[in-house]
Design a protein around this ligand. Structure first.
Ligand SMILES: Cc1ncc(COP(=O)(O)O)c(C=O)c1O
Length: 460
């Protein structure tokens, strides 16, 4: 009798299984439909597997492995951050120098890792092989529209009725702008200025390109003191917010201006209103942190200036890589999701936290000071906030500490000297946009330095 019951149960169970697996309208409907709707991958699957396999290499959280990284013993090598080493980046070198020198904006890596699925790019072997897009231009209309939308969401620049040109990073557009604004007919070269402390590339590029049409003349204020302001052939870089001190700069001379808005984004500064100048330059590097993608854009009012900037880009590199433009489009589409709130809140919170920790350390020091920050209303976040600049501009207050970079170097902190920015060496710049590991080590070294200052005062 028992055996007979078991047999019936087994038969019923088999029958139910057969019905469920054959009939899509019983229970398994949604699952079956989902499977039948998903196209099977052919050529992209191998690349996706390779990308995911490399991304899965942990590097102990202190480095990254990349698809194009070196291979050792058949395995992609981990590229370790700052002071970490070893095959899996797990070894911290205690004597290592905390590097706060370069403006490498890796601090947003965690955001992009959280959005890996939405920002991954699959590029086929035949993706946009032509120099041009279908409309015979070298710029993606989709990307241009996306950038215009980004500016209108953030409210940091007027783009309606303005021309746009893409460049290989904003660095290229800075020199294209000087070329476009300089006079080709005047007997003397146009004079190029910036206000101290200024981003050194302005001088370096102008000197390097060594043109008959323009010449770097240095600091605006020194020039104004010694010369009557004849504005005709003057080109002034206005960096707002400024690198290195984060100030929202205004022009000093009454000439033509190039507004460098590399840091005019809500993570670094409250946005008081949209910028509406003749020539404004932005960069992906500091907006999303993708410096390696090398992408920037200029927003230009005047048609003749626009055509000259376009000509410069055409002659320099026949337009910007189509692969780059695709990647930038993917990234910016995520940055503007939900009107930019998730992206800018993440980025701002990172910077705010770093500034809070940094100001706490400096508040205990009399030997060092950093720039004062002033609250301002932010139209993007709809509240009054303190700026959270990309760099701390450190001043050594003791008279004998006239080389502040050297003072920090002795405490195993690498910074960028004041003279790099045309300022006194009593100042030095600390980068706050590097990886979390770099920032933690920087903070640790600064805390030790300030602790030593306070203990030595007490012992005196
Ligand atoms: C003020 C300023 N402008 C422009 C740039 C260059 O940026 P990009 O990476 O777009 O060439 C930088 C880079 O640090 C910068 O600080």
């Amino acid at each position: 009798m028992k055996k007979y019951h078991y047999g019936i149960c087994l038969l019923i169970s088999i029958a139910i299984n057969i019905i469920f697996s054959m009939n899509p309208y019983v229970g398994g409907r949604e699952k079956n439909q989902e499977i039948s709707c998903r196209p099977s991958l052919s050529w992209s699957e191998k690349a996706a597997i390779e990308a995911e396999a490399v991304a899965a290499i942990s590097c102990s959280g202190h480095g990254r492995a990349f698809v194009d990284g070196s291979i050792s013993y058949g395995r992609t090598v981990c590229e370790c951050y700052g002071c970490y080493g070893g095959a899996d980046c797990s070894e911290l070198s205690s004597e290592c120098v905390a590097d706060a020198d370069s403006g490498d904006p890796v601090y947003l890596e965690p955001f992009w890792m959280q959005h890996a699925a939405d920002t991954a790019v699959v590029i086929s072997g035949w993706h946009r092989m032509s120099y041009n897009y279908a409309d015979d231009t070298m710029m993606s209309i989709e990307l241009e529209n996306c950038i215009r939308k980004l500016h209108s969401i953030v409210g940091n620049a007027i783009t309606e009725g303005r021309y746009m040109v893409f460049g290989v990073g904003s660095s290229q557009l800075l020199s294209a702008a000087v070329y476009a604004l300089s006079s080709e007919i005047s007997s003397s070269p146009s004079k190029v200025f910036a206000s101290k402390p200024f981003y050194p590339i302005y001088k370096d590029q102008t000197v390097f390109f060594n043109s008959n049409n323009f010449q770097f003349k240095g600091d605006t204020n020194s020039w104004q003191l010694n010369n009557s302001t004849n504005s005709t052939d003057v080109i002034e870089f206005v960096t707002s917010p400024n690198n290195p001190d984060g100030e929202l700069k205004k022009p000093v001379l009454r000439g033509k201006t190039i507004y460098d808005h590399a840091y005019f984004w809500p993570e670094f500064t409250p946005i008081p209103g949209p910028s509406d100048h003749d020539l404004m330059i932005f960069t992906l590097s500091k907006l999303t942190g993708h410096a390696g993608t090398r992408f920037g854009w200029a927003i230009i009012k005047n048609k003749d200036v626009y055509e000259k900037v376009l000509k410069y880009i055409y002659l320099a590199d026949m337009g910007i890589s189509k692969d780059t433009q695709l990647r930038v489009l993917k990234l910016l589409k995520v940055a503007i999701e939900e009107d930019g709130k998730p992206f800018f809140e993440f980025a701002y919170n990172q910077m705010r936290e770093r500034w809070e920790r940094l100001t706490f350390v400096f508040s205990m020091s009399k030997r060092f000071s950093i720039q004062k920050r002033h609250p301002l209303h932010c139209n993007f976040f709809h509240e009054t906030r303190l700026p959270s600049p990309a760099y701390a501009w450190v001043k050594c207050e003791r008279e004998e500490d006239d080389d502040c970079k050297a003072v920090l170097e002795a405490a195993k902190i690498r910074s960028s000297s004041g003279s790099t920015f045309g300022a006194e060496d009593r100042y030095t710049r600390l980068s706050l946009i590097k990886s979390q590991d770099d920032f933690e080590l920087l903070l640790q070294r600064l805390t030790q330095l300030v602790f030593l200052e306070n203990t030595s005062i007490e012992t005196l």
